[in-house]
Design a protein around this ligand. Structure first.
Ligand SMILES: [Zn+2]
Length: 138
């Protein structure tokens, strides 16, 4: 079950990011998961609970957002979102395409938690009104 090793990496990454963001306690992890990523959502949830047991992330929620498949249609010359991952053909004109633009990713994009007392992050003191849900990238 490769979801277990994925959960491990996820927890490591989240722990590092939580420290960087000054989060004392992580309440939720937000993950974007492409439907073509090959990761079974339920298995990942299950693995996450096992991996976090006894760590600082124990009890945190893993919130998974499904990312649909987007292909580029050479005929329409436009990116199209597929209603289902298969078949890979343009939903508008029916042209087959293997040019996948989205749907394979797995990205931890936000953490939600309680901020610490800010003793190691003085530059955050003026940001008390910012959301506790921190975007990690971009
Ligand atoms: Zn098309």
């Amino acid at each position: 079950m490769h979801e277990l090793s994925i959960a491990h990496s996820l927890v490591e990454l989240a722990a590092e990011e939580a420290e960087r963001l000054g989060l004392r306690r992580v309440r939720a992890l937000y993950l974007k998961l492409g439907v073509l990523s090959g990761v079974v959502k339920e298995a990942l949830q299950f693995s996450f609970d096992i991996v976090t047991e006894g760590t600082s992330l124990e009890g945190a929620d893993l919130v998974i957002e499904d990312v649909p498949v987007v292909v580029y249609c050479p005929r329409c010359q436009e990116a199209r979102t597929l209603p289902e991952p298969m078949p890979m053909r343009c939903p508008v004109c029916g042209t087959r395409t293997a040019d996948v633009r989205q749907g394979r990713e797995m990205e931890l994009y936000a953490l939600e938690g309680d901020e610490g007392d800010g003793k190691d992050a003085p530059d955050r003191r003026d940001q008390t009104e910012r959301s506790q849900k921190e975007r990690l990238f971009g």
